[in-house]
Design a protein around this ligand. Sequence first.
Ligand code: MLT
Length: 264
Amino acid sequence: MNLIINGLEVFTAGDKSNQPIVFVHGFPYDHTMWDKQIEFLKEGYYCVTYDIRGLGNSDIGDGQYTMESYVDDLFKIIAELELAKPALCGLSMGGYISFRAVERSQETFGSLILCDTRAEADSDEGKLVRANKIKQINEEGIEAFVNSFVPTCFAKDTIENRSELFQSVLNKCKANDPIGVKGALIAMLSRTDTTSSLNKISIPTLIIVGENDALTPPAVMKSLNENIPNSEFVVIPKAGHMTPIEEPEAVNEAIERFLKHIDQ
Ligand code: MLT
């Protein structure tokens, strides 16, 4: 089902009486990055996903966002849909949103699934890289930015041997409004560091990373596992940063096993 909540495109699948899972996508993608997980999990879970403000089909508003406003949007969806203790599953920028949401209100969630993400804020160098990306969008356009950034998110093997899949993601990214994309870059570069809260996370947590993730490599994700007390760590062979798209079966299996295990 497709509905609008607070200007955001929200998608639900499955029986509302089942345990809810909220999926939060990465940058500069949209909710369809979770299609394969939802197709697989909707039989046993109530799956909810959405396009983050300014991306996909969600409202762009004034193009000025913060991690706080993204988290406000997430909480609004949870409240409107009356989700009880959902599992929260975020990838990369979706992970930044998840970390801050859990820091603000851990008791809202039943469990946490972190895919290809990090808790540290951007370094000064990272902030300058983001500023250059904004400049590139202004000077060369969204297509040039997407053509240079998105390939860094995929494993080389996916780009070379599954070009249809890769191209379809690339095209979706290019369809985003540059205002929303630049707003997301500013929200990410101004986000807070959530590392000092990691050891306070007490809900069951699953940490998933692609073996060939160049942006948030396994070593970075392993440190999350070392700092979050009740956490499990899974490396997905062959995948880059886009694990749910690149290796959906392995990701589905890891999520299902984790949720079944904590249910017992
Ligand atoms: C993402 O996949 O959401 C981005 O790579 C996050 C980032 O640029 O920090």
